[in-house]
Design a protein around this ligand. Structure first.
Ligand code: PGA
Length: 251
């Protein structure tokens, strides 16, 4: 049985400043999501440098936090990297891994993403593993093959730990474009991923499957109503407290 609560995660990407984050968090706390969005677990993922501020501001609230990436290494001579234990020290619960922007701009391979998921788990973080096809891949009829390949690296690498991850299906063509996958399109891929996870490990059928890609207050309810959509990974709309709160309430 999957959790009844939806998971709504804000991915702030490379946005914000200490001042604007403080405003955003003030708005989120004022929205009192524990009371007004009781069916959603909520988290935000700021850039690394803001984790300390965000942890301080959200301490004791119903909102959890996470990082947008994590190194496969725990520590060492890896200039520019940030490790799981470092992120964990700031009380983070989640680490997004394999976001399409990292796969494409930083050439992260399926195996590297899987290794990052494993590293996150090793250090007490729940990885939010992103998968998704490009427009060209969708148009070529390769959507299932692409997400299955991305997922397989994670399945093969994690073994029994597969049950501990969160997966986010984010069609690349829907990210930041205003083009949302229709609820039916998203549900079809989610059902496919659910079946793949279950076939790999029966207990993995309960892995939360988030949808991401232009989720907004006006389309969230319909997406969240789909049988295999367990929440959302929210980019642009997570930067406005009112919009993010409305999405959490749509759960
Ligand atoms: P978007 O981004 O909501 O701005 O489309 C989602 C994401 O990339 O996680």
């Amino acid at each position: 049985m999957r959790a009844m609560k939806k998971l709504v995660v804000g991915n702030w990407k490379m946005h914000g400043s200490r001042a604007s984050n403080a405003e955003l968090i003030k708005g989120l706390l004022a929205a009192d999501l524990a009371a007004t969005a009781p069916k959603a677990d909520v988290a935000v993922c700021p850039p690394f440098v803001f984790l300390a501020d965000v942890a301080e501001a959200l301490k004791g609230s119903a909102i959890a936090w996470g990082s947008q990436d994590v190194s496969v290494q725990a520590q060492g001579a890896y200039t520019g990297e940030v490790s799981g234990p470092m992120v964990r020290e700031f009380g983070a619960k989640y680490a997004i891994v394999g976001h399409s922007e990292r796969r494409s701009y930083h050439l992260e391979s399926d195996q590297l993403v899987a290794d990052k998921a494993k590293a996150a788990l090793a250090h007490g973080l729940t990885p939010i593993v992103c998968v998704g096809e490009t427009l060209a891949e969708r148009e070529a009829g390769q959507t299932e093959a692409v997400v299955a390949r991305q997922m397989k690296a994670v399945i093969d690498t994690l073994g029994a730990q597969l049950v501990q991850v969160v997966v986010a299906y984010e069609p690349v063509w829907a990210i930041g474009t205003g083009k949302t996958a229709s609820p039916e399109q998203a549900q079809a891929v989610h059902a496919f991923l659910r079946a793949q996870l279950k076939a790999a490990l029966p207990e993995a059928a309960k892995v939360p499957l988030l949808y991401g890609g232009s989720v907004k207050p006006d389309n969230a309810a319909e997406l969240f109503a789909q049988a295999d959509i367990d929440g959302g990974l929210i980019g642009g709309a997570a930067l406005k407290a009112a919009d993010f709160a409305a999405i959490a309430r749509a759960a």
